[in-house]
Design a protein around this ligand. Structure first.
Ligand SMILES: Nc1ncnc2c1ncn2[C@@H]1O[C@H](COP(=O)(O)OP(=O)(O)OP(=O)(O)O)[C@@H](O)[C@H]1O
Ligand SMILES: [Mg+2]
Length: 263
């Protein structure tokens, strides 16, 4: 099982949009996928059609030690969601009063079987993001074609260094991902140049800005459901690039993906 986190200390950089389209994209390729919503805003849950008003959520898993098995919601073929809602907002405080508060998600996922887990986190770097990074094999940092997003990445890196030192030395930076790119604007070009110079692991795939992203989110669809949505084609390419970067997903899962593609 490979676990990846989509994180950046800056808000509104397309973390949730990226987590959604990776999770759905992996599931569409036949991979047994889990999406975990670690953001009290609950946007990922809502975009997967789960309002999470009453049911057990990731909060009960983190704070009360509930098994994730009892909180998963099957949202699409091959895709289970561990949902979140606004009650997660005080989890930082609740977790800080518990032992091994940074290890709760990793421990909770120990008995879970899946091919791939995608975790969406809030823009703040608190216990929720740390729990996700401690549980992960790698992370992707969306950069919304604004210079501040690169500062958000630098802030995230400070936490990543601590997580590597104390909990998870193998945590990989899979790469920055340029999102909401407007090819003709100078800002996008400058950010892209700087990003690729500073981080050679920047994903080749660039997610273009597309008005249809909001349209999809509002109508409870993904960009894959909307014909001609450019960002949907970009996310399909990203799914392939992430899988190639993870490389060793295992023969069984690779075979499942190939079988799905041949259909
Ligand atoms: N490629 C795109 N083109 C145009 N709009 C986009 C694109 N990707 C995301 N958006 C829009 O930008 C806004 C922020 O996206 P999203 O919620 O994914 O960001 P986020 O980083 O998760 O935000 P937060 O920090 O609040 O969790 C949303 O309204 C989303 O629909
Ligand atoms: Mg979000």
């Amino acid at each position: 099982m490979k676990t990846i986190v989509i994180a950046n200390a800056k808000g509104g950089v397309a973390k949730t949009t990226t987590a959604l389209h990776l999770a759905v994209g992996f599931a569409d390729r036949g991979l047994d996928t889990i999406a975990i919503d670690m953001d009290p805003q609950g946007t990922l849950s809502q975009q997967l059609g789960v309002q999470a008003t009453g049911e057990p959520t990731v909060r009960e898993v983190l704070v009360d030690g509930l098994s994730p098995r009892d909180a998963f919601v099957a949202v699409r073929p091959n895709l289970r969601l561990l949902p979140a809602n606004i009650l997660l907002a005080d989890a930082d405080l609740a977790l800080s009063q518990l032992h091994a508060s940074d290890l709760r998600l990793r421990r909770a996922l120990q008995g879970t079987r899946a091919d791939i887990v995608v975790i969406d986190v809030p823009p703040s770097i608190g216990k929720l993001t740390v729990n996700a990074l401690v549980a992960a094999d790698g992370f992707i940092a969306p950069i919304d074609s604004e210079i501040y997003a690169m500062m958000g990445l630098q802030l995230l890196f400070r936490t990543v260094e601590t997580v590597r030192e104390y909990f998870n030395p193998g945590l990989r930076f899979l790469g920055p991902l340029l999102t909401m790119a407007e090819g003709r604007t100078i800002v996008t070009r400058v950010v892209e140049e700087e990003l690729r110079a500073q981080y050679p692991e920047t994903f080749t795939t660039v997610i273009r800005k597309s008005q249809r992203t909001k349209e999809a989110a509002m109508s409870g669809q993904t960009l894959y459901d909307l014909a001609g949505a450019t960002a949907g084609a970009d996310y399909r390419a990203l799914v392939r690039e992430v899988l190639a970067r993870l490389g060793d997903l295992g023969e069984a899962t690779a075979a499942a993906a190939i079988a799905q593609e041949c259909r």
